[in-house]
Structures are given as structure tokens and as C-alpha cells.
Design a protein around this ligand. Structure first.
Ligand code: NAD
Length: 432
């Protein structure tokens, strides 16, 4: 086995447990609330799993085959909704897990959307912009009517952005009758503002994370002024969270991304680091106002708050024992595996779970969808204040459930989602 094949196998092994995390978390909450066994069967299963192998012409004239996924978990509350990820380790297990988390997230936020997720197994760093455009467009074309503005609405995720959403929208609109096009731009969210995106969508996930951290601090009587924080992943979610937490007087002391880790006990200016990465292929490597440290040392840095904002399974049996923090705000989806979660609980480290903490993205995607449907354009104050209200209500529902069931916040968040969906299934019944 070559080194690259070995790395790939290692990644696959690690990823194969992502869906196990979902099932474990689901079962724990379903047992706690004594979820109806029939509804349990429905919610424990994804509805549609689409796997597409499609050809794309490369710049050198050769054709390369790609594999794309779209998993639609549940649409009892509204159209399927969830991001699209471009990453070499995208696989059906991971997409299934991410789609399921989306269902819970919308249910906790009490917004009328379901859960889906998708992705293409590829490393975008290996392709030119023209090739990325053809990959995005060909995948959209291959998906056909499996997506749609009232059926399944993609959005950005790891390694995808507003430009890719614009290409997806344009391709989708080009395949439907001309007189339908202008009323279907809500087929994707996270679009560029000029092409129908919402103000505030780019920072929405980070903004939502900071709103939940504020609520946690209020509840725990913790002063964010002079608090220290670590951020793993400095892309959309990590960089915005870092920038939005700084005005509270909190100090960013360590950052990790795909290129390595950096540390400065006197603080790293997140805006300065953001400007640096934008001119440095989106990586933190080489940043001069902090020292480079190894990744294991990063995970052992003493700090108040840790914000994982990269990939799944980062807080594990191996890394959790080393953490010297008070709280984890899960910006990423699934950053903590089953063993990691148990260790956090044993160490009395608070966790704002992903399905609550990073819901700001889907909440403002919902606002973008609404604005497109109504041909409206909201201002930033309106977007931010509506986001704050929805995510604070969700936070309160989760902490109330934690008190009611005397359980941890992750399980409590699941109980909120499952009770909501159980009620809807009982009201509507199961056809026929
Ligand atoms: P992104 O592509 O903008 O950034 C990903 C970051 O993670 C990059 O800085 C990258 O260098 C880093 N990274 C990749 N592999 C890493 C590794 N092995 N170790 C450390 N860092 C690594 O992606 P994003 O949109 O910021 O998404 C990050 C996470 O947040 C994902 O779990 C995603 O599902 C979740 N999320 C994103 C949104 C959104 O609106 N974009 C919403 C909710 C949740």
C-alpha cells in the first residue's frame, strides 16, 4: 500500500464511525423520552440516498470521473436542507450523518425545514477555477430534480462557497422552463448578495456560535472579558467566530488548520490573521505574529473556550484527556466522538452541542430562502436580531430540557428535536 493509499484508508477508518455517533446520540435521547417505537424506526432511517458518478472534462482535455452524494434524511417539517462539501474523505457514511444532524438542527431551531447533506469526493486544491465550475455544474445537472427550491435546498459547507452556489443556481435555472426561472432562485442559499444572497449569511454560523457562547456565559455567570479561546479550523465558521468573539474582550491564543497550529499567549488578532490567510491560500502557516506549535500541543493548550470549527471526530479518546479547557462550543458538525463526549462529561467540561451551536447557518439560510420567495431584501440589523431571537429561544429550550430530564446538553438538544418530530408524525399520521 502506498503512503497516499495508507492515509486514505486511515481517513476512511476514522470517518466510518461518524454515523455511529449519530445513532448513539439518537438512541440515548430516544430511550430517555421513550420515543414511540414506530416513529423511532422512521427517524432512525434516511429517506433518500443518491450516489452519482459523473464525468467532467479537465483543462487538459481528458475526462475525470467524480462521485457525488446527496442524502435526504427527513422532510416532515419542511423541504430538505443542508450543505454541500467538497473534500477527499466525503463518503456515504459521513453524508448520512451530516444529513441527519440537519434534521435535528432545524427542529431545535423551530424552522420549517428538513435535513439533507451532500458532497463531492475531491480535493478542490487540485483543480483550476474553470474545472471547479464544470465539476459544480455537472453535479447539479446530474442531480436534476433531486434538488429544487421547494424540495431540497443546498448551501455552502467545507470547501464550498457563495461562488459555487451561484454556479449551482445558474445551472439549475438553465434546466427549467424560462418563465419559472426568476421564482426559483431559492434553489440554493449562501449565494453572493448580488445574486440573491442574504446580508449576514457569510458570518451567520459564527454569529450564531457567539450568541450561544453569550448565553452560556450568562447562565454560568462567566465573564467573557479576558477569557481565552482556541479555534480549530479558520475557514468560514472558525474565522467569523474568532472575529466576533474578540469584541467581548476575549483573547484568541491558539489556532489550528489543515496546515498546522499557531500560538501566542498575548493574543492573536483574528482580523489580522484573516487578512493574512486570504492572501496565503487560506492557510495560517507562516503567520509571523504567533509561534508555530505541533498539533498535539495545540490540543493541550490551557484556555477557557475551545471552538472546533473544522471536521468531525477531533475530540476523541486520544485528544480529550489532554484538553485543558472549561467549555467546548461545537462550530463544526460532529467534532466530538462517543468516547470523547464521555471524557468531556467526566472532566466536567461544558459542551454547547453542534446541532444547537452552529445552527446560525441554517437559520440565516432560512431567512435567505424567505427573502427570495417574497422578493424582499432585509437589512443586517433585521437578520441579526431575528437570528439572535431564534437561536436564543433554541438555547433556552435545550437548557430547559436538560433540567427537565436531568441530562447533558447534547442529549437535551436531541430530546427537543425528537419530541417536535414525534408530535408532527402523530398529528399527521403515516400514509396510507
Ligand atoms: P471551510 O472550508 O470554510 O473551513 C474549514 C477549515 O478547517 C479550514 O480552515 C481548514 O484548513 C480546516 N481544516 C481542514 N482539515 C483540518 C484538519 N484535519 N485539522 C484542522 N483543521 C482542518 O469550512 P466551514 O464552512 O468553515 O465548515 C467548518 C465546519 O463547520 C464543518 O464541520 C461544517 O460542516 C460546519 N458548519 C458549517 C456551516 C457553514 O455555514 N459554512 C454551518 C454549520 C456547520
Amino acid at each position: 500500500m502506498s503512503l497516499e493509499e495508507g492515509r486514505m484508508a486511515e481517513r476512511e477508518k476514522k470517518k466510518s464511525s461518524v454515523y455511529d455517533n449519530v445513532v448513539h446520540q439518537f438512541n440515548k435521547a430516544a430511550d430517555l423520552i421513550d420515543l414511540d417505537p414506530n416513529i423511532r424506526k422512521i427517524l432512525n432511517t434516511t429517506t433518500n440516498e443518491i450516489v452519482i458518478h459523473f464525468p467532467v472534462k479537465m483543462d487538459n482535455g481528458q475526462v475525470e470521473m467524480f462521485t457525488g452524494y446527496r442524502v435526504q434524511h427527513n422532510n416532515a417539517l419542511g423541504p430538505y436542507k443542508g450543505g454541500l462539501r467538497f473534500h477527499p474523505s466525503v463518503n456515504i457514511d459521513e453524508v448520512r450523518a451530516l444529513a441527519t444532524w440537519m434534521t435535528w438542527k432545524s427542529a431545535i431551531a423551530n424552522i420549517p425545514l428538513g435535513g439533507a447533506k451532500g458532497g463531492i469526493q475531491c480535493d478542490p486544491a487540485n483543480y483550476s477555477m474553470d474545472e471547479l465550475e464544470r465539476i459544480s455544474r455537472r453535479f447539479t445537472y446530474a442531480l436534476g430534480n433531486n434538488i429544487g427550491p421547494e424540495y431540497d435546498i443546498p448551501a455552502p459547507d467545507v470547501n464550498t462557497n457563495s461562488q459555487i452556489m451561484a454556479w449551482i443556481m445558474d445551472t439549475y435555472l438553465s434546466t427549467i422552463p424560462p418563465h419559472e426561472r426568476n421564482r426559483c432562485i431559492h434553489v440554493v442559499t449562501g449565494k453572493p448578495i448580488e445574486s440573491g444572497g442574504s446580508i449576514g449569511r457569510d458570518k451567520a454560523t459564527g454569529q450564531g456560535i457567539v450568541f450561544t457562547i453569550e448565553q452560556w456565559a450568562k447562565q454560568k455567570k462567566f465573564d467573557l472579558n479576558n477569557a481565552t479561546y482556541l479555534v480549530q479550523g479558520f475557514g468560514n465558521v472558525g474565522s467569523w467566530t474568532a472575529k466576533l468573539l474578540q469584541p467581548f474582550g476575549a483573547k484568541l491564543i491558539g489556532v489550528q488548520d489543515v496546515s498546522g497550529s499557531i500560538y501566542n499567549k498575548n493574543g492573536i488578532d483574528p482580523n489580522d490573521l484573516d487578512n493574512y490567510t486570504k492572501n496565503n491560500n487560506n492557510i495560517i502557516q507562516g503567520y509571523s505574529n504567533a509561534e508555530a506549535i505541533d498539533n498535539d500541543s495545540f490540543m493541550a493548550l490551557p484556555a477557557d473556550i475551545f471552538i472546533p470549527s473544522a471536521l468531525e471526530n477531533q475530540i476523541t479518546e486520544k485528544t480529550a484527556p489532554n484538553l485543558k479547557i472549561k467549555m467546548v462550543a461545537e462550530g463544526a458538525n460532529g467534532p466530538t466522538d462517543i468516547k470523547g463526549d464521555e471524557i468531556l462529561q467526566d472532566k466536567n467540561i461544558d459542551v454547547i452541542p453542534d446541532i444547537l451551536c452552529n445552527a446560525g447557518g441554517v437559520i440565516v439560510s432560512y431567512f435567505e430562502w424567505l427573502q427570495n420567495k417574497r422578493s424582499e431584501f432585509w437589512g443586517l440589523d433585521e437578520v441579526d436580531s431575528k437570528l439572535k431571537k431564534i437561536i436564543t429561544n433554541a438555547f433556552n429550550r435545550v437548557t430547559d430540557a436538560a433540567d427537565k430530564y436531568n441530562t447533558d446538553w447534547r442529549t437535551a438538544a436531541y430530546t427537543v428535536a425528537l419530541e417536535h418530530l414525534e408530535t408532527v408524525y402523530k398529528e399527521r399520521g403515516i400514509f396510507p
